[in-house]
Design a protein around this ligand. Structure first.
Ligand SMILES: [Zn+2]
Length: 317
């Protein structure tokens, strides 16, 4: 009798969930919301079948300029756990949490990483030439760089933070979360070694890459590559004609041949740079978001494999 009514109850819940909200929560799973695809993939790796996952900014989406929807607020309202990147990446998340009425834990996946600042060298020195008034608007100097996931060592910290949070929220499956996190961590560590081996062979004067926005400072620091971008840390800003011209000069002067568009940004600026510097675009790097399941970077591990292989190809050409 109890079994039957419980089953009916679950069926009713499932119908309700499908009918009234976009995420189809399974009633017996830990309901986890992540803000963007990279965190979603990490949570799926650690949580496995024990979690029901909703990711707010989907494949190829840009979390810098995302505008939350009513469905996002509903997902948060029903969640047991919310996982965010932090470091100012999701400028909209605090308002969304408040609006949704969510009262549970908000886990900052980047907790404990050593954050880079926007003022580190990343090739838009020309911004110093701007007037004070111009600078006030799009100047991000001194702010933390949020793209910490682009260093696998940081990714391993993210995974440890996520595993701890899942275990605390769902103690019945804590051992499983720890076991899965340990297995995933070994994969991340192995890939980091592989990348270092692969890129170590590149001569130092070739280790220069142009991308759309400053998403690869952590990657650059970890793997010894110098990234330059016409746009700063957030895709919100736009470069001046002077900044673009300076980057074209730098490309010519330093013979920079590795030029990439990003999956989340408008390619036109990079196409313009390629034209003006007579350079060829090497392909697409995945910066702030994974691809969909049929694309070249559907997982965090795939994203690194793809980006490194594209960059290595451009260095070899
Ligand atoms: Zn970004």
């Amino acid at each position: 009798m109890y079994r039957l009514s419980r089953r009916l109850f679950l069926a009713a819940l499932a119908t309700l969930a499908v009918a009234t909200t976009s995420p189809s929560w399974a009633a017996d799973k830990l309901k986890v919301v992540t803000t963007f695809t990279i965190l979603g993939d990490m949570a799926r790796n650690v949580g496995g079948e024990h979690i029901a996952l909703t990711t707010l900014v989907g494949p190829d989406g840009d979390a810098h300029v995302y505008e939350p929807t009513p469905a996002d607020a509903r997902a948060l309202a029903q969640a047991d756990l919310v996982i965010v990147n932090g470091l100012g990446f999701e400028g909209w998340i605090d308002r969304l949490v408040k609006a949704s009425g969510y009262k549970g834990p908000v886990v900052v996946a980047s907790n404990g990483i050593s954050a880079l600042k926007a003022e580190e060298d990343h090739g838009h020195d020309q911004s110093h030439a701007k007037t004070h008034a111009e600078k006030g608007k799009d100047d991000h100097h001194g702010e933390p760089d949020p793209h910490a996931w682009q260093d696998l060592a940081n990714g391993r910290l993210y995974v440890a933070n996520i595993a701890r949070a899942l275990a605390a929220a769902d103690p019945a499956h804590a051992d499983d979360y720890r076991r899965r996190a340990a297995a995933y961590d070994s994969e991340l560590a192995a890939l980091a070694r592989e990348i270092r081996n692969r890129l170590d062979a590149v001569p130092s004067d070739r280790r220069k890459v142009i991308t759309s926005h400053d998403a690869f400072q952590y990657f650059g620091r970890a793997y010894g590559i110098d990234f330059h971008a016409p746009v700063g840390l957030s895709t919100e800003s736009e470069p001046s004609a002077g900044e673009v011209a300076a980057l074209v000069r730098q490309m010519r002067d330093e013979g920079i041949r590795a030029l990439f568009v990003e999956n989340i940004t408008d390619p036109r600026l990079i196409q313009q740079l390629a034209r003006e510097a007579s350079a060829v675009i090497g392909g697409t790097l995945y910066s702030d978001s994974l691809s969909g399941p049929t694309g070249p970077a559907p997982t965090y591990l795939d994203m690194f494999r793809h980006n490194v292989s594209e960059i290595a190809k451009a260095f070899a050409s």
